[in-house]
Design a protein around this ligand. Sequence first.
Ligand code: NAP
Length: 267
Amino acid sequence: MLGRDLVRAAELANHEVTATSRSECDVTDRASVQRAVGRARPEVVVNCAAYTDVDGAEREPEAAMRVNADGARNVSAAAADQGASVLYVSTDYVFDGRKDGPYVESDEPGPLSGYGTSKLAGEVDTAVVNPEHYIVRSSWLFGTAGRNFVETMLDLGEHESQVVVVRDQVGSPTYTAHLAEGLVRLIATGAFGLHHMAAGGQCSWYDFAMAIFDRAGVDCRVLSATTDELGRPAPRPAYSVLATQYDDAIHLPDWTEGLDDYLAERG
Ligand SMILES: NC(=O)c1ccc[n+]([C@@H]2O[C@H](COP(=O)([O-])OP(=O)(O)OC[C@H]3O[C@@H](n4cnc5c(N)ncnc54)[C@H](OP(=O)(O)O)[C@@H]3O)[C@@H](O)[C@H]2O)c1
């Protein structure tokens, strides 16, 4: 999902882009990564590959680790071998959600889930093998190139008269086209290190669902539930809004603008 938008944003900024699929570059296979990166001879490698099934990672944490941590190390090492920098995309789920306010880069992570644990390990694995690294944490992604919450809601809204959505998890839904543009701008700055980059504003999944139906003109009732009532396998942070401590940080548009742009692009 993010990868497709990133290719587009990088090409628009006049970068020469080589995009690889899993069959061309399996991040868990060191030799395959070395070959793909060696062929492309890039200046920057952006790692958008991930095990992103948050509930699945509770059932098979080793599989999540293999892709999100070992795979990240392979990508970062292959970039270092070519003298290239690396960008690893991480997540708000590295935090436990107990902070009383938005999380900044210096806040201590404390993942609650197997997915969050594997992504935090991926941050470290990326950083240790390549000093020229960008670690960018974002949150609640939605984009036209992948399955996402907006599509799930619109599908449900077409067939159901009501849906149940959690109201006690708050974050910042981020449109991948906006994030992709932000990542391309970040790469141009050469500011290596850890960065938080998510949409402006905040909402609960319940608020997000209400906004989706409202803007898309779908007549579907939204009922709210608590995380406990829905009983999903993976624990998720109750509050995972990301902010940045850097004055010159790149700021993304508000999540409501992201939703409008998404719906316009989707048609
Ligand atoms: N989605 C979110 O809400 C969210 C929030 C914060 C951060 N992030 C992070 O943002 C990044 C992009 O997420 P996304 O939502 O765009 O992910 P996505 O749509 O699930 O895409 C992940 C891609 O990784 C590929 N992949 C999986 N295992 C691989 C392997 N071993 N080798 C090579 N490719 C492999 C998948 O290929 P297949 O199609 O073949 O499986 C898929 O194309 C990830 O790092 C994710 O952790 C996501």
